[in-house]
Design a protein around this ligand. Structure first.
Ligand SMILES: NC(=O)c1ccc[n+]([C@@H]2O[C@H](COP(=O)([O-])OP(=O)(O)OC[C@H]3O[C@@H](n4cnc5c(N)ncnc54)[C@H](OP(=O)(O)O)[C@@H]3O)[C@@H](O)[C@H]2O)c1
Length: 282
């Protein structure tokens, strides 16, 4: 297949390239050559390459940065996604796009499924939700995958930050222990994308790894796995102020994958172990 990857130089984009390069013809659309906020850039890139599938991973992903620059967040995540979706529809490509757990406010007492009503509390979450809506309006032949707590080779990610800190001597690390989510490898997401290429499904799917953890448990598991001797202590969200509020509950139920007969996503602990075996230096 001819596959265009927006944001192909980013953390997830690089993994998609790794997973697909052998069997498909790929082209990357990323800054500075291609800017998805420019409608003419989008159309030109897609018209020239004529992809059968577009994997849309380009985004403004700095959650705290989005909070202070809402116009930039909405320009990339909402207007940019609308441009990509509009061009995909006009030029006959299937669109597989990536969204986030941050579309939810995190107050539910259980994992969120695809029929739960989003209520973002951050500019990042609101701009990604606006991007989802634009994709639904402009390109019926779409799949939206909501992913969460992502890490992959090269980062940047929470995992990279915490292991970087843990490797340097210092006081005990304090990590938030009252926010729950599903740590998810880019590899697991890319594997699902490979499967989706053969399946004519459409619509919204939650697609994080199985199993749940707090940031503290995620960090402690990773530090133990790489064998670093460093004290790590739990703390609360209130003790760790961030410009953008983080949802207390980011857990995603993969209801639609299950109802469509897909196998479960891999368990986060297995994926983390596999990642740290392959990339001990990240
Ligand atoms: N990382 C997570 O924890 C996480 C969690 C849930 C969902 N997601 C979603 O997963 C997707 C991939 O995330 P990621 O972690 O791979 O992000 P990333 O590493 O920040 O990659 C995004 C890529 O998009 C590029 N980009 C930004 N603005 C652009 C524009 N106007 N035109 C073209 N390209 C542009 C970035 O370039 P620059 O680096 O030059 O800006 C970067 O190469 C995103 O949709 C994100 O919202 C991520």
């Amino acid at each position: 297949m001819r596959i265009l990857i927006t944001g192909g130089n980013g953390m997830l984009g690089r993994e998609l390239v790794r997973a697909l390069a052998v069997s498909h013809t790929l082209r990357i659309a990323d800054l500075p050559e291609t800017d998805i906020t420019q409608v003419s850039d989008c159309f030109a890139k897609i018209r020239d390459f004529r992809p059968e599938v577009i994997l849309h991973a380009a985004a403004a992903t700095d959650v705290d940065g989005c909070e202070s620059e809402p116009d930039r967040a909405f320009r990339v995540n909402a207007v940019g996604s609308a441009n990509v979706a509009h061009a995909a529809e006009r030029l006959g490509a299937r669109l597989i796009a990536f969204s986030t757990d941050y579309v939810f406010d995190g107050t539910a007492p259980r994992p969120y499924h695809e029929w739960d009503t989003p209520a973002p509390r951050t500019v990042y979450g609101a701009s990604k939700l606006a991007g989802e809506e634009a994709i639904r309006i402009h390109c019926p032949n779409h799949v939206i995958l909501r992913i969460a707590w992502l890490y992959g080779p090269g980062g940047p990610s929470f995992l990279h930050t915490i292991l970087g800190k843990a490797r340097h001597p210092g006081p005990p690390l304090r990590v938030v222990n009252d926010q729950w989510g599903n740590p998810t490898s880019t590899r697991a997401v890319a594997e699902l994308v490979v499967r989706l290429l053969d399946q004519p499904v459409a619509g919204l799917f939650h697609a994080s790894c199985e199993g749940e953890a707090t940031w503290f448990e995620f960090a402690r598991t990773a530090i133990a796995f790489v064998g670093i001797q460093r004290e790590i202590l739990p703390c609360t969200t209130a003790e760790f102020h961030r410009p953008a509020p983080r949802p207390a509950n980011s857990r995603l139920e993969k209801r639609r994958l299950r109802l469509h007969g897909f196998p479960p996503m891999p368990d986060w602990r297995d994926e983390l172990a596999c990642f740290l075996r392959h990339y001990p230096d990240l």
